[in-house]
Design a protein around this ligand. Sequence first.
Ligand SMILES: [Zn+2]
Length: 369
Amino acid sequence: MASTGRPAITLRSLNRHIAEFDMSGVEMAYANSLRRSMLADVATVAIDQVSYNQNSSPLPDEFIAHRLGLIPLISKGVRFSMRDTRDCTCDEGCSYCMILLTLNVKCTGDRPLNVTTAHLTRVEAPPGDQDDMEGQELLKKRDPAVGFPAGRGEENQILIAKLSKGQQLDITCKAYRGISKHHAKWSPLSAIAYEYDPHNKLRHSSYWFEVDEKAEWPPMKSAVHEAEPGPDEKFDFNAKPHTYYMEAEGTGAIPVNDVVVHGFEALEDKLGPMILQLHQQIDIEEGRAPKEDEMTDENAYQPAANDNTYSAPTAWNGSGQSPNGIQPSAASPWAAVAAPNFGGMNGGAASPWGSGPAEPAVSPNGDGW
Ligand SMILES: [Zn+2]
């Protein structure tokens, strides 16, 4: 498929854990930015501090703490319903910035006891400052399932430790919001990758083989989406990659469709202020805005109301308002960052990518999320 020059996304398949989609009409750096953004900039909650009242298991405290940190906790909507603990006014964690879990298990039988995520109990965190209205709003937005181990109620729970008769684990865990740029335990994805040019027309790969290259190398998964080159087809020196076949697998902390949308939002959060700053510089140069040393609260910089880059309403999650207030138009070269075209489904309520950030309540599997 030749590039149309217009960024587009086509959703190929989506289930609870895996999303497969194509990006076309963009540079490879753009596709890779989305991949990295989804992997490293989407917030989840994970256990960050563990205190031990009792550990008579054969495993050392640090070993168990490490295992606990890597357990995916349900984090749907925490981007909008929880505060980073370093930004909170509390001293040691409160309901606005922390999820509290306990694990208290003792083996009393003759057979070894498997301690799993089913034994983790979410308890009430200390209440935050009642006068903190912003914090109260966060609690109102929070999905009731946030903080429970992912896969709750399912048969196969994650094993934490095994206890013999008389051994006990009595632990309190503090889980905070974070991103995987700071620690991999906060990653919402267990895997994310893309492939391009499945028939190697661009000759970016050089396959080693003994007798027959085609027989010895299985075709790429995306090979069915592009036509094979004909036997007499000449190598095109000017050809560039145009379609990137992405596959993202979630940990269960956040529905994978939300990870894709939040990945775009994180990119927009980074690029939006830069676009504004660029416009401000141009407007100052051309005398439409006061210089920075002449700027006051009253004449603070505002982009022009009819500015083509920001004025049109966006299809962004159906809400028409992006998290940083910027509203890119379809004509903007940045439009795909803020209002991705999901193969004709513009991220609205009917999109298979799910609801917007302000509507975290719908659960795809009842109480599982
Ligand atoms: Zn707090």
